[in-house]
Ligand binder design. Sequence first.
Ligand code: ZN
Ligand code: ZN
Length: 291
Amino acid sequence: MITEHIAKHGQPQTSVRPDVAEAIAQLLELGEQQSDLQPAVRLQIEVLRTIYALPVTVYALSLTTEEVVTRWGTGTPLLHNVSLPIDLVQFRALFQHLAAVTYQHERAQCVADLDPLALAHMLLSGDRQALIHQIQASGCSPEPIITLLRLALLPFLEQVAEQLTPLRTSPDVQRRAPWKHGYCPTCGAWPLLATVHGQEQQRHLHCGMCATTWPAERVWCPFCDTRDHTQLGYLQVEDSPQSIAVCDACHSYLKVHKTLQRLTTPQLLVAEVASIHLDLIALDRGYALPE
Ligand SMILES: [Zn+2]
Ligand SMILES: [Zn+2]
């Protein structure tokens, strides 16, 4: 079968990663349970299949403990202003392919004019104004393109972040420069969601761009840093293992998932779809995600 496939399409068929297959099965189940989610489910399955269709190549990022301590001491994420240790040809191809799958029709032309590598660098360097300006100059809408960038970076940065785990979690770094910020210690993105698990209900934040997970205090807003409990609360969601933490100081919200096990990276994309109703509730109540 595989030989036949190679003969037909000129490239080997790759097997689906077990965690990707599991996430797709969960999405299909979600779509069956909630028919209004069907379009979002179908799109997310396409995204998962596309971003994990081919192997991705990443290179070693040489960072020393001292460099991590220096960066974190000034609140600087590890991938801020470094040349991305990923195969740039593969990344460009994945971005274009993902755009063709998810960003179709009349707007497709604007995508062809974008330089995904330059955009990724702006995104990772926190240069949001330049990023938005560049996207708009091509005639594309910033928000969907930034989502596309995040998703196309995910399979690469997931591996880069994984590679940096021993350094990030080393007792020396933890003692000298523990990460106390709401944005991702690896890539600088805001958290996609939070999880709580265990008897102590320990909260963790999860990055949707590099899949880094980092611990967070419960009475704390990761977006504006307030610890004022009178400004922090939850929106009630009936019959749901998910809740919405809200901050009245900066009017942002964070989706919180109760989990029994650690979420895999593909499951972050399942959780994103499974919690669309939380976004609607939060937006309806006047809260928003930070820029
Ligand atoms: Zn990240
Ligand atoms: Zn806040």
